[in-house]
Design a protein around this ligand. Structure first.
Ligand code: SF4
Length: 468
């Protein structure tokens, strides 16, 4: 019984019993309980230990024995991580656990944030209908020089032991900053491998010629807002934008193929309600880009579903079935046309593909953590403001200022801001709507931290969080 087989075997309980009988005979009597526990944490990773124990109707001694067995049977761990909600474990929870980030947060340590996002864009040429940015709000051009100097100081300050400690995103569109290439080159000289999140509208041949430092990026991740001009206009409000983005990406493909250390190219795509049937066209588009440089096909795709408009994030059964079919058709087309493409389906779509309803995290103001999680990550904008959540770093966004941990500037480094935030034990009382400042990562991490604090309070310190 390998990890994924647990979820696909015709009779997984019998398969588990077989495995235990052969390799772990002392645990075979607990087969049913171990089976239930695996299903629980494979579908609802943020369950507290006491909740799981009560659902199994066992006392603490028995429960402890089950947790011990989980430690000794790697196949059980693999089954959880390969479950319908396994992406929460594999993409977020376990990497943060293994690097000690979660302990740093729980212990309120003063450390450099694990990931620092730079938000260098003063403006954006699009106005996507789902974007929280305030129409017309931007950073003044006069902030560019001082802002870039301050971002350069952050790049110089971050310890270089983790090459992936920084990335460039927004907030607003990073390529609207003419100094971006220099910042990337500066980071690359210190050994950082930066990913640029962009809409690629300004990723023109001229931009690349004027800013050669952009070739020092590790990856360019382009957000796609449609697959023709009409769809783009519908979503971004900009006419003829798809044609330009496509030209830019085709050109980028050719140019990067000529380089010795080519930048990886990836796309991200959000499936908006009612648009799942367009997915095969997405695969064709990626194939067209890949064909422009056959030795350098597009490297990766991050695909997500927009649940924001639905109560509790639940899909209606019909919509869900349609999405599942569309995802299968898409996967077939990818296998046929761009087999090397690395597709990340994210938390929600992964569970839909697995044909099982996984619990989706919906953090609300009542479950937000007033102390946030500065040790895990921060976002720094052109003013030097250090934001605690990834979707808060937009100029003029109502309420977002409350989530600024401090401001960088001459005489105030990032480590000073973190140290003060931690020493002051700053708390931000969440208000209605604040949950929209959290992206999927912030939400998953918040859910994990809430779970752990409950486990610890319930006396499960040494086994907190089930897996780690
Ligand atoms: S989602 Fe991105 S590209 Fe769209 S308006 Fe917002 S910042 Fe601009």
């Amino acid at each position: 019984m390998t990890g994924p087989a647990f979820w696909t075997a015709p009779d997984p309980r019998a398969a588990l019993r077989d495995l235990l009988r052969k390799a772990y005979p002392h645990a075979v009597g607990d087969t049913d309980l171990l089976f239930a526990l695996t299903r629980k944490y494979g579908t609802s990773p943020f369950t507290t230990l006491e909740t799981a124990r009560r659902e199994l109707a066992v006392d603490r001694v028995v429960f402890e024995r089950l947790l011990d067995t989980f430690d000794q049977v790697p196949e059980l761990r693999a089954a959880v991580v390969n479950g319908p909600a396994g992406k929460y474990w594999s993409n977020t929870v376990l990497p943060l656990e293994s690097k000690g980030v979660i302990e740093n947060i729980l212990e309120r340590r003063t450390v450099y944030p694990h990931i620092v996002a730079l938000y260098p864009g003063p403006t954006c040429m699009f106005r996507c209908h789902f974007c929280v940015r305030v129409t017309g709000a931007r950073y003044e051009n006069s902030t560019l020089d001082s802002g870039n100097a301050m971002l350069a100081s952050v790049i110089d300050e971050i310890p270089p032991d983790n090459p992936y400690a920084m990335y460039i995103s927004g907030g607003l569109e990073p390529l609207t900053n003419p100094g971006l290439g220099k910042l990337v080159a500066r980071a690359a000289r210190r050994g950082f491998k930066m990913v640029l999140y962009t809409n690629a509208f300004a990723l023109t041949a001229q931009t690349l010629a004027r800013q050669p430092g952009l070739w020092d990026l590790d990856a360019v991740r382009t957000s796609m807002y449609g697959l023709n001009d009409e769809e783009y206009e519908e979503t971004t409000g900009k006419r003829k934008a798809f044609g330009r983005v496509k030209t830019n990406l085709l050109n980028f493909q050719k140019l990067r193929a000529q380089r010795e250390r080519p930048v990886r190219l990836g796309l991200s795509y959000i499936i908006l309600p009612g648009r799942s049937s367009r997915l095969t066209r997405l695969a064709d588009f990626i194939a067209e880009l890949s064909d422009a440089a056959p030795d350098q096909p597009v490297d990766f795709l991050n695909i997500r579903e927009d649940y924001s408009g639905r109560p509790d994030g639940k899909l209606a059964p019909g919509e869900r079935a349609e999405l599942e079919d569309a995802l299968n058709a898409f996967a077939e087309r990818v296998a046929a046309r761009v087999p090397a493409l690395d597709v990340d389906y994210g938390y929600a779509l992964h569970s839909i593909r697995a044909g099982t309803e996984a619990e989706l995290i919906r953090i609300k103001p009542s479950t937000m953590r007033p102390g946030a999680h500065i040790q895990a990550g921060v976002q720094v904008d052109l003013l030097g403001d250090v934001y605690l959540y990834r979707e808060a770093g937009f100029p003029g966004l109502a309420g977002a200022q409350r989530y600024i941990a401090g401001r960088l500037g001459p005489g105030t480094s990032l480590s000073d801001v973190v140290a003060k935030f931690v020493a002051d034990d700053r708390r931000i009382e969440p208000r209605d709507g604040d949950e929209y400042f959290l992206d999927g990562f912030d939400q998953a991490l918040t859910a994990r931290l809430n779970q752990l604090e409950t486990d610890i309070a319930d006396g499960w310190r040494h086994t907190r969080g089930f897996l780690r």
